[in-house]
Design a protein around this ligand. Structure first.
Ligand SMILES: [Mg+2]
Length: 111
């Protein structure tokens, strides 16, 4: 399968990366460690924005986050594609409000 738009193809590449480095047996799939790595990469995304770096650098750091997210789905054994569509369905039902000049889409419980 060579379709780069295919989620399955992307997931297979991440699985191959995990297998190459034996993440399952070497701590690479421990969820707490993965959360720390994702926080680190989010910080790198943040620095791209706050330091005015080019979009190409932001794209690379965002890809790091996406790869980690997909790998976390592998590590925790859930179907991220299904979770994505389930959540999009929920988000589509939510209302939006402008708060402090920015749009917020939320359930707005008890507000
Ligand atoms: Mg990075």
């Amino acid at each position: 399968m060579d379709n780069q738009d295919s989620y399955q193809h992307m997931l297979a590449a991440v699985q191959q990366f995990h297998d190459k480095h034996d993440f399952k047996q070497t701590g690479g799939e421990e969820l707490i460690y993965r959360i720390a790595l994702m926080a680190e990469e989010l910080g790198e995304m943040s620095a791209c924005v706050t330091k005015g770096k080019p979009a190409s650098e932001l794209a690379e750091e965002t890809a790091d986050v996406l790869i980690l997210l997909m790998g976390t789905a592998i590590a925790a054994d859930f179907d991220l594609k299904q979770a994505f569509w389930d959540k999009m369905k929920k988000l589509d039902q939510r209302e939006s409000r402008i708060i402090d000049g920015r749009i917020r889409v939320s359930e707005f419980r008890n507000i």
